[in-house]
Design a protein around this ligand. Structure first.
Ligand code: FE2
Ligand code: FE2
Length: 301
């Protein structure tokens, strides 16, 4: 029988109840706003366009990668409630990848066509710097290792790479940054309501994914995995995350005047989130937040 009170089962139900369709998000205003913004700007060039595309390309390829790399975990989990949850996560990663593919086709290419620009390739090597390639390679290796050697330590490392770092730090921080940047509050950036709506849905899903990983880690630590292993695995990956969010090739020359959140604010947000989570995992008396809190985004303290 399923354990309806288990966190995995409740997270599974929460995912089902909060279902959304990436094909239903309205993207027309994004095309209009981008064209209006680009055509109305006094100086706007391909360098500015690349800065917008950079984030979208990195997230899109990242969602593809995590969709491809989650299956090993599904094959080793033996608990039915964990399995239920994981099927929702696999499905949601696929939807996230779907959203980005659609955004590129329907927004980016439409804008480029309208402006008479050459269509950009969302998978061109130039979007992905060395830290990016390295982080996703390491994540893949950590997941596939489970197929060779399924130990509690290797499971902990798999969750540390995937759930705590790629989702918990890189994705949640990046989505927060992009959502804020294109949410309409900065005059020097276009308002992209479709992108922001997609990010909002994705972030909410990611909150649940991260919560699942934290719970799994908490159980592993309770059953004897050294918490130091968790801390060290994430610490080793942090410079890679920083190398991705601060890809200097896409910073403007006058980086100080860059509209949107600055790197310092983003880094502070990431570190604060991570510190809270580590405490919730390693402190037996501390609880992982409830699922309603994990998927809720208002306030975003
Ligand atoms: Fe995702
Ligand atoms: Fe995820």
């Amino acid at each position: 029988m399923m354990d309806r009170e288990s966190r995995s089962n409740r997270y599974y139900r929460n995912a089902v109840e909060r279902h959304w369709d990436p094909g239903e998000i309205d993207l027309e205003a994004d095309v209009e706003n981008l064209l209006e913004y680009i055509e109305g700007a006094t100086s706007y060039d391909r360098g500015d366009w690349d800065r917008t595309l950079n984030g979208i390309a990195k997230f899109g390829a990242g969602e593809d990668a995590v969709t491809e790399d989650l299956a090993p975990l599904a094959t080793v989990l033996e608990d039915i409630d964990d399995q239920l949850f994981l099927t929702t996560q696999l499905y949601e990663e696929a939807k996230h990848a779907d959203f980005f593919d659609r955004y590129w086709r329907e927004v980016i290419w439409t804008v480029e066509d309208e402006l008479g620009w050459e269509r950009s390739n969302p998978r061109a090597d130039r979007w992905f710097n060395d830290p990016y390639v390295e982080l996703f390679d390491r994540n893949r290796a950590a997941q596939y290792r489970l197929l060779e050697e399924d130990t509690p330590e290797n499971r902990a490392k798999a969750y540390c790479h995937y759930h705590l770092t790629v989702e918990g730090i890189l994705a949640q921080t990046g989505y927060y940054g992009m959502q804020t940047s294109y949410g309409g509050e900065f005059e020097d950036l276009p308002h992209l309501p479709g992108l922001v709506e997609g990010f909002t849905k994705i972030r909410s899903d990611e909150g649940r994914h991260v919560g699942f990983g934290m719970n799994q880690l908490k159980k592993l630590v309770r059953d004897g995995v050294d918490p130091q292993l968790v801390e060290e695995t994430v610490s080793e990956l942090l410079p890679l995350v920083q190398g991705i969010t601060e890809d200097e090739r896409f910073q403007p020359d006058d980086a100080d005047d860059q509209p949107g959140l600055d790197d310092g604010e983003l880094a502070a947000y990431a570190v604060e989130k991570h510190t809270d989570r580590m405490q919730q995992i390693t402190d037996a008396t501390a609880d992982v937040p409830d699922v309603d809190e994990l998927v809720q985004l208002d306030g975003d303290d």
